[in-house]
Design a binder for this molecule. Structure first.
Ligand code: UDX
Length: 439
């Protein structure tokens, strides 16, 4: 199969490289000439484990190419994927679809023969209809179908998520388009991944409903964590206890500083807007978004409380800045609000992150960036774990204790065991790890 991928950002690049690895011939397109030039030199603009090796291999074997102009790629393509950004529109929270529609117009101008046009970008319900209208308007006689094929990739695990998905959702009523999509995903189908054929609007709703549900699960356990702190229970054990019920499931029950990243905050907001416009507000999701927002500031208050009620004139060491480990992505990272809130009340902040510091430097002023975790904690009045990088689980904690001015650890990801930390002489505060009140 010949595939054109319009947009070589996170989703486009991972999907394009994986499709090429399946044996398809893939051209990844991007408007940014600097990005394409870098990709052609084998430089990957994002940090994603395994991606640069996968891109290099498929370029070497001649199945993956890059270009700024889509004409050639679209003309010969069986399927053209639209994987451009859909940021939150400033002001109203709706997804900004201008890049998607622009791509549709450019595809329409050059497509040739029967072409399956696939929206891979996360787009609100009804976007496929609008893409179809644009294609029809630009090229009235053209032979094409528009399919919704949402992605469910997690940053940091995107390649394995792509190659071993729980399911593949293909939204179209066009039988020929279903065949083309089934052929493109055949290697996964042979691996037993369920291919779910649905209507196009249904596929669009699946993407948003899935992300909103996961965001709800996280927010739910975060509130249960707060309750646990008050009543002397342990949220880790509560999560395990409820997660073993198959109807609930064990995943996404890890309490922490609130969800961030490029998807959950933006997608919950877009779903809220879509549902409000449709006259059927999703009140649970509205609450989830509000609770998650407040949580980040609450985490700063937790740090202040652990420091004895004030951080004025104190130094706080922050380990982990990215919104999750194994990525360099700082979008909507809880660290941004937590650090700013601490600085606002007079704290000096030192920070270290294995991959996120380049991006962080453009977003956070007044932070002392350190070369490693030990340099970060040296002389600090408290250590705050904000992102659960594996390297932080393996720290020499006795050395950390010697380096800290006062041995206070606020572990917002529960990567350490409270008993162990207390035994080592730390004043330790986790999330949702209440102690039974003294009898
Ligand atoms: C998410 C979805 O998982 C993916 O299917 C979708 O396509 C894109 O959005 P991603 O944002 O990369 O992926 O990361 P994910 O691992 O889902 O984590 C999202 C946020 O939730 C992070 O801030 C993470 O720290 C937080 N989280 C996740 C928790 O706080 N607790 C959990 O139990 C799980």
């Amino acid at each position: 199969m010949r595939v054109a991928m319009i947009g070589s950002g996170y989703v486009g690049l991972v999907s394009g490289a994986c499709f090429a690895d399946f044996g398809h011939v893939v051209a990844c397109i991007d408007k940014d000439p600097a990005k394409i030039a870098a990709l052609e030199r084998g430089e990957i603009p994002i940090y994603e484990p395994g991606l640069s090796e996968l891109v290099a291999k498929n370029m070497r074997e001649g199945r993956l190419t890059f270009a700024t102009d889509l004409t050639e790629a679209v003309r010969g393509a069986d399927a053209v994927f639209i994987a451009v950004g859909t940021p939150s529109r400033r002001g109203d929270g709706h997804a900004d679809l201008s890049y998607v529609y622009q791509a549709a117009r450019e595809i329409a101008a050059v497509m040739d023969g029967y072409t399956v046009v696939v929206t891979k970008s996360t787009v609100p319900v009804g976007t496929g209809d609008e893409v179809e209208r644009i294609l029809r308007e630009t090229r009235p006689g053209a032979n094409f179908a528009v399919v919704s094929n949402p992605e469910f990739l997690r940053e940091g695990a995107a390649i394995s998520d792509f190659k071993r998905p729980d399911r593949i959702v293909i939204g179209t009523d066009d039988p020929r388009a279903r065949e083309v999509m089934a052929e493109i995903y055949r290697p996964l189908y042979l691996n037993q991944a369920p291919l779910l054929f649905t209507g196009r609007r249904t596929a669009e709703v699946i993407k948003y409903a899935g992300n909103a549900f996961l965001a709800t699960k996280i927010t739910f356990i975060n509130e249960i964590a707060d309750l646990c702190e008050q009543v002397g229970a342990d949220v880790q054990e509560v999560a395990r206890g409820i997660g073993l019920d198959n109807r609930i499931g064990a995943k996404f029950l890890h309490a922490g500083p609130g969800f961030g990243g490029s998807c959950f905050p933006k997608d919950t907001l877009a779903l809220i807007k879509t549902a409000q416009d449709a006259g059927t507000p999703v009140r649970i999701v509205e609450t989830v978004a509000a609770v998650n927002d407040q949580r980040k500031r609450a985490m700063a208050r937790k740090v202040i409380a652990a420091c004895g009620g004030t951080v004025r004139g104190k130094t706080v060491a922050v380990l982990g800045l990215t919104f999750k480990p194994n990525t360099d992505d700082m979008r909507e990272a809880p660290s941004l609000s937590i650090i700013t809130a601490l600085q606002d009340v007079g704290a000096s902040v030192k920070a270290y992150d294995p991959e996120g510091m380049t991006q962080a430097k453009t977003l956070l002023d007044g932070v002392t960036y350190c070369t490693d975790a030990y340099a970060c904690v040296e002389g600090a009045d408290a250590l705050v774990i904000v992102t659960e990088w594996d390297a932080f689980r393996a720290l020499d904690l006795d050395r950390v204790k010697r380096l800290l001015k006062t041995p206070v650890v606020v572990d917002l990801r529960n990567i350490y065991r409270p008993e162990d930390m207390t035994k080592r002489g730390f004043t330790y505060v986790g999330v949702g790890r209440g102690r039974a009140p003294a009898p």
